[in-house]
Design a protein. Structure first.
Length: 291
């Protein structure tokens, strides 16, 4: 059976939810659609993307550049998610917002910062030398071969339609352990090609930033993504956006994991566009626990 791809326009969308009387500097939004993960709970990228959009609705004249979030409890797929946005400090160049996502109780919290464009010094780490996406296999073609050792979970997740065009630099996804934690992947979201709105593209990047980097924490030890005997869950998440981004065009995720200890792993990644510009940095601590 071919699975229908998630409607990312709805997943990333939030609607204002008036709840008068509201305290001054407070706004409420509700997510328009939920997306599950492999464990039957809410996908953390959905919470990130919707929270970024909710906060962006309250800062129309600046762009989000910094996100620091905590995943407090698993979300339930069949219940709406409500986002409370609280105004922080309003400066001449920066604006701060606090966002809490809840389903009766809080399941996610985020602090974020918005800034105005500014001229300043520039430098960046150069993009690594990797094959272009046109020379690599799409993830659906890789799992369609059903190579020995490929997890059934991989096959069921990627065999159908997928909103993400994802092309790993290494195509032997689950056949052997790697000698390094580095994971490099080209990604894009073609479904978001109909808008030039930076708030949408930055929310899409937040959604995408929780999708693939986590595999870097496991490749030294077992398959790149967890099988049914491993619980993988985001604990916290940080994202810094340095330049304008378009998630409907190719982005290179260059991720690694410097440490794993006590059932957790730290993963980090740099995100480049096709021209080699460093678009964003991401870091995340993960729970990776044997069931």
């Amino acid at each position: 059976m071919v699975r229908k791809p998630p409607d990312l326009h709805s997943i990333l969308r939030v609607l204002a939810e008036p709840r008068p009387p509201l305290p001054v500097g407070e706004s409420w939004f509700v997510g328009c659609q939920n997306q599950g993960n492999a464990y039957g709970t809410l996908f953390g990228g959905q919470l990130l993307g919707q929270a970024v959009l909710a906060a962006s609705e309250t800062v129309p004249d600046r762009l989000i550049h910094s996100v620091h979030a905590y995943f407090l409890a698993p979300g339930v797929i069949d219940r709406p998610v409500r986002y409370q946005v609280e105004n922080g400090r309003e400066g001449r160049s920066f604006a701060h917002r606090r966002v809490t996502a809840s389903q009766d109780t809080a399941i996610f919290s985020m602090n974020c910062s918005f800034r105005s464009a500014e001229i300043g010094w520039q430098h960046q780490t150069p993009m690594p030398d990797v094959p272009p996406p046109e020379d690599l296999e799409e993830i659906t073609a890789i799992v369609a071969r059903r190579d020995p050792g490929l997890l059934d979970q991989w096959i069921s997740h990627f065999a159908g339609n997928n909103p993400i065009d994802l092309r790993p630099v290494r195509s032997d996804l689950a056949l052997e352990r790697q000698s390094t934690t580095r994971r490099q992947t080209w990604v894009r979201i073609p479904l978001l090609s109909g808008t030039d709105d930076q708030a949408i593209h930055r929310a899409g990047l937040a959604w995408l930033s929780d999708y693939w980097v986590s595999s870097a924490g496991l490749v030294l030890h077992r398959h790149p993504l967890p099988g049914p005997d491993v619980l993988l869950a985001s604990i916290d998440h940080a994202l810094w956006i340095h330049r304008p981004v378009r998630v409907d065009d190719w982005l290179l995720f260059d991720a690694d994991s410097p440490v794993a200890q006590d059932g957790t792993a730290l993963v980090r990644g740099q995100i480049y566009d096709r021209s080699g510009a460093l678009i964003a940095n991401v870091a995340q601590e993960l729970l990776q626990r044997l069931r």
